[in-house]
Design a binder for this molecule. Structure first.
Ligand SMILES: Cc1cc2nc3c(=O)[nH]c(=O)nc-3n(C[C@H](O)[C@H](O)[C@H](O)COP(=O)(O)O)c2cc1C
Length: 184
């Protein structure tokens, strides 16, 4: 049976979304498939406009039940003040009970990141806080100690390079090959 993989992201300016597509390409290259979700936005349209955020990408919104439908996850996490965004905290707060009850034990997780400067964030806390719940949690790291990554420069103008997208694709392919072994 092939594992079902969800790539779950928060992306305000599109960098994390670009890496998510590259990760998905890697999973497909390995013979798997993946669905990209985004977690709910918590900021108002007015605030998003003031932050010059473009319209959201057209991905389905992840919910608590989403997490129970998949075997493995790659989380796309942009950096906010050296940590993960409040949107991710709000999502864990609403879904953490599922993780806490062990309802997702045996799931595999990995992550990739975006920031304004190389290594700008401490997003590892997303997985650290989760891995206490998720047995066999697979924290797969490639290149940057938090998985594939990109940086946007302070004005957001720098887009993910081909090398960064290639690293994300390699991470997706490798992640799927490792997880698929556990399902065969
Ligand atoms: C409120 C705010 C705080 C940020 N804090 C950091 C930070 O601490 N370190 C960093 O490297 N980048 C920081 N950034 C830059 C974002 O991580 C960067 O724009 C990244 O590309 C966001 O990913 P996205 O394009 O998918 O939204 C911040 C951006 C915003 C809007």
């Amino acid at each position: 049976m092939a594992p079902k993989v969800a790539i779950v992201i928060y992306s305000m300016y599109g960098h994390t979304a670009t890496l998510a597509e590259a990760e998905k390409a890697g999973i497909e290259k390995a013979g798997g498939s993946a669905t990209i979700y985004q977690i709910p936005e918590t900021l108002s349209e007015d605030v998003l406009t003031k932050m010059h955020a473009p319209p959201k990408p057209d991905y389905p919104i992840a919910s608590a039940s989403t997490l129970t439908e998949y075997d493995a996850f790659l989380f796309g996490v942009p950096t906010r003040y050296g940590n993960f965004p409040g949107q991710w905290k709000a999502f864990w707060d609403t879904t953490g009970s599922i993780w806490a009850k062990g309802g997702l034990a045996g799931k595999y997780v990995g992550q990739f990141v975006a920031g304004s400067s190389p290594g700008g964030g401490q997003e590892v806390t997303v997985l650290n806080s989760l891995s206490t719940y998720v047995h066999h949690g697979l924290i797969f790291s490639m290149g940057h100690h938090l998985g594939a990554g990109t940086f946007s420069c302070p004005d957001g103008s720098r887009q993910p390079t081909n090398l960064e997208k290639e690293t994300a694709t390699i991470q997706g392919e490798t992640f799927y090959n490792i997880v698929a072994k556990a399902f065969n």
